[in-house]
Write a protein that binds this ligand. Structure first.
Ligand code: XMP
Length: 505
C-alpha cells in the first residue's frame, strides 16, 4: 500500500483517489500519526501532500526526520516538497511572485518522467519555494518561475514536485504518480474494490467488536452502502432507523424498507411526517429549512435511540465530498450538509463509525456492488438528506410535496424510458414558488411553475447541465401538465455548477 501523509491541502483525498484508480491501495493519515502508521502498515511508498502553511513559520506541521531513514520511497508534493527540503538541509523562502495556475514544465531525463513529454502542462499553486536543494538531491525539472520544480535523490529514493500532479490540469500528472507508485515503489496494480471491502469489514470488526451500532438509513446510495457494509460486519448488532420525514420521493420509504427488512439487521421505520411538517411551518429561508430538517431529524433519531437503550457506536454514511463541502477545516460553508456536523445526542455512544469517509461517490457505488446490493439501490442518483424539503421552494406543505412527488416521478420515468438514466448523473424536479397564468380547456389557470434539473458530473463538486433531447423534454412537459394538477408551466434549468449549485436551495 501507499500511505498519503496529510498536511492539510485541498487535494489530499484526490491524491489517494488517483492512486486507487491505478489499482494500488492507498490510505490517508494526518501528519501527526504518520510515523506510527508507517510502522504499522509498512507501506511501499509515502506521499506528502500540500498544505496551507509555510515551513519556516512557527507551529507549521512537520514530521520526524526518522521517516526518511525507513528505506521507503517518499514523494513530496508542494508543501510536502518544501518540508522534505527544509528537514534535509535545503532552503525554502517566500517568492516575490505567487505562482498559480497552469504552467509549462521542462524536465530532464529521469525515471519519474517515463512516458512524459519533455515539456508538459502542470498545475501550480504556491508562494513559497525551494531555493536551495538539500545535499544528495538534483533538480530534474523547472518552470519559468520555479527553478527547482522537481527534485530527486535517487540513492535514497526521495522525490518531490512543487506542482500538483493529482489535479486534472496537470496533463501527465497521473503518469508521474504512476511512475512513482509502480516503477519506484514496485506496486503491482492488483488492488480492487473487492480487497477494499475486506479491509473495511476487518477494520469495522476490529473497531466495533461486539458493540451495538446504530445507523440512520435514508435509502440514498451512501447510507444504503454503509448499512450493507455494517450489516455484513456486525450482523444483528446493527440497528438501522429509517426516519420517514415525509420528504422522500414517491414510494421511496417503502422501497427502502423492502430492500433491507430481511437483511439480518434490526430495521425500524419511523413515520415522522407530521412532526416534520409542523416544524417546517412558516420556514422559507433555505439555510433555516436545512437546519430545521437536520435538527428535527436528530430529535426523532434520539427519541428512537432512547427506546433502544444504549448503543456503543453511531454509524454514518458520510462520504468524502460531504466533508469538504460542509466546510470542515478552513473551507467556506456553501450549504450545511445534513449528514455532517450536527450529531444526535443518542443516549450514550462511544464513537462514530464512518466507513465511507475516504470514498468518492462512484467508489461508493462500486463498493455497493461488491456488497451485493441491488442495482436500483446502487445506481440510485444522490438524494440530499433534507429531501424534497429543499426542492419545494418557499414554505413546505403536504400539498406542495405531493405535487412535486408526482411530477418528479414522471420526469424520472421518462428519463429512464429514453435510456438516459445512466448518462445523466442527477435529475429531479423542483417546485418553484412561482405561479403564472395559463389556459387549459378554455379556462384560465393560475398555477405553479415546475423546474426540471439534470446534470452531468463525476464528483458533484462541479457539474454541467445535461443536453436532454428536446423530444424527451417535450414528452416530460406534456405528461406532467396533463397528469399533475396545479402545474401549468415547466422550465428547464440551464446553469452549470458553479455558478449555480445542483440543488436549488
Ligand atoms: P449542491 O446543491 O451543493 O449539491 O451542488 C451537491 C450534491 O450534494 C447533494 N446534497 C446533499 N447531500 N446532504 C446530502 O447527503 C445534504 O444536505 C445535501 N445537500 C445537497 C446534492 O443532491 C448533490 O448531489
Amino acid at each position: 500500500m501507499i500511505l498519503v501523509v496529510d498536511f492539510g491541502g485541498q487535494y489530499n483525498q484526490l491524491i489517494a483517489r488517483r492512486i486507487r484508480d491505478l489499482n494500488v491501495y492507498c490510505e490517508v493519515v494526518p501528519y501527526s500519526k504518520a510515523l506510527e502508521a508507517v510502522e504499522e502498515k509498512k507501506p511501499s511508498g509515502i506521499v506528502f501532500t500540500g498544505g496551507p502553511a509555510s515551513v519556516y513559520e512557527e507551529g507549521a506541521p512537520t514530521i520526524d526526520k526518522a521517516i526518511f531513514e525507513e528505506n521507503i520511497p517518499v514523494l513530496g508534493l508542494c508543501y510536502g516538497m518544501q518540508l522534505m527540503s527544509s528537514l534535509l538541509g535545503g532552503d525554502v523562502q517566500a517568492s516575490s511572485e505567487r505562482e498559480f495556475g497552469k504552467t509549462m514544465l521542462d524536465h530532464t531525463e529521469h525515471a519519474i518522467f517515463n512516458n512524459v513529454p519533455t515539456t508538459s502542462k502542470v498545475w501550480m499553486s504556491h508562494v513559497d519555494k525551494v531555493v536551495k536543494v538539500p545535499e544528495g538531491f538534483s533538480t530534474i525539472a523547472s518552470t519559468k518561475n520555479t527553478e527547482h520544480a522537481a527534485i530527486a535523490d535517487d540513492a535514497r529514493k526521495l522525490y518531490a514536485f512543487q506542482y500538483h500532479p493529482e489535479v486534472n490540469h496537470s496533463e501527465y500528472g497521473i503518469q508521474m504518480l504512476k511512475n512513482f507508485v509502480v516503477d519506484v515503489c514496485g506496486e503491482d496494480q492488483s488492488w480492487t474494490m473487492a480487497n477494499y471491502k475486506e479491509t473495511l469489514l476487518h477494520d469495522i470488526k476490529d473497531k466495533v467488536g461486539d458493540g451495538k451500532v446504530l445507523l440512520a438509513l435514508s435509502g440514498g446510495v451512501d447510507s444504503s452502502v454503509a448499512a450493507a457494509l455494517l450489516s455484513q460486519a456486525v450482523g444483528e448488532n446493527l440497528t438501522c432507523i429509517l426516519v420517514d420525514h415525509g420528504l422522500m420521493r414517491k414510494n421511496e420509504a417503502q422501497e427502502v424498507e423492502d430492500a433491507f427488512k430481511d437483511s439480518g439487521m434490526h430495521f425500524i421505520r419511523v413515520d415522522a411526517e407530521a412532526r416534520f411538517l409542523e416544524r417546517l411551518q412558516g420556514v422559507t429561508d433555505p439555510e433555516d429549512k436545512r437546519k430545521a430538517i437536520g435538527e428535527e431529524f436528530i430529535r426523532v433519531f434520539e427519541d428512537e435511540g432512547k427506546k433502544i437503550g444504549s448503543v456503543d457506536y453511531l454509524a454514518q454514511g458520510t462520504i468524502y465530498p460531504d466533508i469538504i463541502e460542509s466546510g470542515l477545516g478552513d473551507a467556506a460553508v456553501i450549504k450545511s450538509h445534513h449528514n455532517v456536523g450536527g450529531l444526535p445526542d443518542v443516549v450514550d455512544f462511544k464513537d462514530i463509525v464512518e466507513p465511507l469517509r475516504m470514498l468518492f461517490k462512484d467508489e461508493v457505488r462500486a463498493l455497493g456492488r461488491e456488497l451485493g446490493l441491488k442495482d436500483y439501490l446502487v445506481n440510485r442518483q444522490p438524494f440530499p438528506g433534507p429531501g424534497l424539503g429543499i426542492r419545494v421552494i418557499g414554505e413546505v406543505t403536504k400539498d406542495k410535496l405531493d405535487i412535486l412527488r408526482d411530477a418528479d416521478a414522471i420526469f424520472r420515468e421518462e428519463i429512464a424510458n429514453a435510456g438516459l438514466d445512466q448518462d445523466i448523473n442527477q435529475y429531479f424536479a423542483v417546485l418553484t414558488n412561482n405561479r403564472t397564468v395559463g389556459v387549459m380547456g378554455d379556462f384560465r389557470t393560475y398555477d405553479y411553475t415546475l423546474a426540471l434539473r439534470a446534470v452531468k458530473t463525476s464528483d458533484f463538486m462541479t457539474a454541467d447541465w445535461s443536453r436532454i433531447p428536446y423530444d424527451v423534454l417535450d414528452t416530460v412537459s406534456t405528461r406532467i401538465v396533463n397528469e399533475v394538477d396545479h402545474i401549468n408551466r415547466i422550465v428547464y434549468d440551464i446553469t452549470s455548477k458553479p455558478p449555480a449549485t445542483i440543488e436549488w436551495e
